[in-house]
Write a protein that binds this ligand. Structure first.
Ligand SMILES: Cc1ncc(COP(=O)(O)O)c(C=O)c1O
Length: 397
């Protein structure tokens, strides 16, 4: 990337402000220390309590904790038997994990273009991509804004498809009054440190389907029928049967202990995210070159990310230049995401090319994620706004 042109002078901030980061306090630290001092540190009662709390929070019948959002996608794709020859439709504007889970199973991820306003997968584009091989849809609630689930559920019903919602960004989101995590076959969540709550690394799958639940449990631990605790405890025998080729994705007690506390703090975290959104909306909409995030009606947004769109027509430089200039101001902007079909792996192995998805390709050079996380104080928020104003003013034609 080119070097930004604002040279000399002092940056808006002296210290770097990341685009997102965790907030861990003494209560969580002490809880993790207690677990370390106990004689059970792998999967056990804390993980089950975390699952109980999570399913209550989302109103789902079941919740299965795993050790990353990626693992959650992988066990979900496995539980519906995505296999070689199967196609699964997802969005190009996502972290590669949403598509990779299909490839892990030997299936083919098929990319359906986004809606240029909401940035979510466009249900009309999903319909165009359906073939006799289509087995499932993975809609991603990008930035925390739910996809148009009524339309997606209807498509799934019409074509007998399964749905795995990727709610890595959408922990407390709602669609028309319904909680995300309780709408379709399965929903996955991520607890990576930049996400709305964290377990350091971790993920969850929710479902209301008893059969899928049993399969998720099996795929989480090698496809074997008995969990480790029973085998290692006094009361357990040695017998177990491996029925599927499963994985090793269970969450440890250390991570679960963090999750239990983080979930209790989610409301206060989200309140702060929404306050930051209000300030950004108010202050940024007066800058002509910036489009603030569009909201579809009748949803609750989780605001994992705040993505602005930059109209570079009136600027002397492109988005990458603005990105670098803001980084020089110590503002940790980011770009979410490089579309899936831009990656060499997908070009080499699936023949995807730039040119195949016009909406996301139009959007990609315009988007910029600006910092949003609960620990940001108002001064941090205004540093971001002032830096954006400074850079845009400097590069205006
Ligand atoms: C949309 C989306 N899906 C899936 C994942 C994977 O989650 P994890 O990093 O916990 O494996 C992420 C994480 O960045 C994500 O943003």
């Amino acid at each position: 990337m080119e070097k930004p042109a604002i040279e000399g002078g002092s940056p808006i901030r002296e210290t770097f402000l990341p685009y997102g980061t965790q907030w861990i306090d003494e209560a969580e630290i002490n809880e993790v220390i207690e677990v370390l001092k106990s004689n059970w540190i792998t999967t056990g009662p804390k993980m089950r309590l975390f699952e109980e709390n999570f399913k209550e929070f989302r109103g789902s019948k079941h919740a299965v904790a795993v050790n990353s959002g990626t693992a959650a996608l992988h066990v979900a794709a496995s539980s519906i038997e995505i296999n070689p020859g199967d196609e699964v439709i997802t969005t190009p504007l996502t972290f590669v994990a949403s598509a990779n889970c299909v490839v892990y199973r030997g299936g083919t991820p098929v990319l359906a273009d986004i809606n240029k306003e909401s940035y979510n997968i466009d249900p009309k584009e999903i319909r165009k991509k359906i073939t006799p091989k289509t087995k499932a849809i993975i809609p991603v609630h990008f930035t925390g804004q739910p996809c148009e689930m009524d339309e997606i559920l209807e498509i799934a019903e019409d074509h007998d498809l399964k749905i795995i919602e990727d709610a890595a960004h959408a922990i407390d989101a709602e669609y028309k009054g319904k909680k995300i995590g309780n709408i379709s076959d399965m929903t996955i969540f991520s607890f990576h440190p930049v996400k709305n709550i964290t377990t350091a690394e971790g993920g969850m799958v929710t479902t209301n389907d008893d059969d899928l639940y049993e399969r998720l449990l099996m795929y989480r631990t090698h496809g074997i029928t008995r969990d480790a605790e029973k085998r290692f405890g006094k009361s357990g025998g040695y017998e177990y049967d491996m029925q599927y080729l499963g994985y090793r994705y269970n969450l440890s007690e250390l991570h679960a202990a963090l999750g239990i506390h983080q979930l209790k703090k989610l409301d206060s975290f989200q309140r702060r995210r929404r306050e930051i959104v209000k300030i950004y909306d108010r202050e940024l909409q007066s800058i002509n070159e910036i489009t603030i995030p569009y909201r579809i009606p009748d949803i609750k947004h989780s605001w994992h990310l705040y993505v602005i769109q930059i109209d570079t027509q009136n600027l002397k430089v492109d988005r990458d230049h603005i990105f670098n200039a803001l980084r020089e101001e110590n503002i940790g902007v980011n770009v979410h995401y490089i579309p899936v079909h831009y990656h060499s792996f997908y070009q080499k192995n699936f023949g995807y090319k730039i040119g195949m998805l016009p909406n996301v390709e139009w959007l990609f050079p315009r988007i910029l994620s600006i910092p949003i996380f609960p620990k940001m104080n108002d001064e941090d928020v205004y540093d971001v706004i002032n830096a954006i104003e400074k850079i845009i003013t400097y590069y205006r034609k």
